[in-house]
Design a protein around this ligand. Structure first.
Ligand code: KMT
Ligand code: NI
Length: 176
């Protein structure tokens, strides 16, 4: 999974927007973003099960974002995923096929860091970090969504209220 600063240039969200300034693993650790690569070869399900057990991810489902699947709603849906937000729980995704970009905010600079994910990438985005998602030009991603308990779907969009959310405040404390 490559990580780099978003270039902040206008244009289609699905383009790479690569500033060519890379981000190292230490920086991601400091933001409490975790990732693994579990290749989709024989036995990957077992490995995913081991991690799920260790971290008490009890529930999961599969999400598919594709033009075929979403039809007329496709453009609207990918714009919605791309609106900056937080959650009150971790966002855990294991990519089965296709590819896309998770953008996470570096709190110290308010810059976007772009994480390019593809099949085999398992990503944990902590509660309270501002982020957004887009497919890339392939217009397809299929991923397992893992949950600790009951899925908490609600996105809290960035604003005065989200800044005051206890999960946001706890996140900022945890990276201080
Ligand atoms: C989300 O919540 O942003 C998503 O599930 C995006 C697709 S998962 C690669
Ligand atoms: Ni999210």
């Amino acid at each position: 999974m490559r990580a780099y600063y978003f270039d902040n240039q206008p244009g289609d969200q699905r383009l790479p927007h690569d500033s060519s300034r890379s981000i190292d693993a230490e920086t991601l650790n400091g933001l409490r973003v975790e990732s693994w690569n579990i290749p989709l070869t024989e036995g990957y399900e077992e490995k995913l099960n081991v991690i799920s057990k260790e971290r008490a991810y009890k529930n999961r489902d599969v999400i598919t974002i594709s033009k075929e699947g979403l039809g007329d709603q496709y453009e609207e849906k990918i714009k919605a995923f791309y609106k900056e937000h937080i959650h009150e729980d971790e966002e855990i995704r294991y990519v089965l096929s296709g590819s896309g970009f998770f953008d996470i905010r570096q709190a110290s600079t308010d810059s976007w860091i772009r994480l390019a994910v593809s099949a085999g990438d398992l990503l944990v985005i902590p509660a309270g970090i501002y982020h957004r998602f887009t497919v890339d030009e392939g217009d397809l991603v299929q991923a397992v969504r893992l949950f600790k308990d009951e899925p908490k779907w609600s996105a809290i969009y960035r604003g005065a209220e989200s800044d005051a959310n206890p999960h946001r405040i706890d996140y900022l404390k945890s990276i201080a």
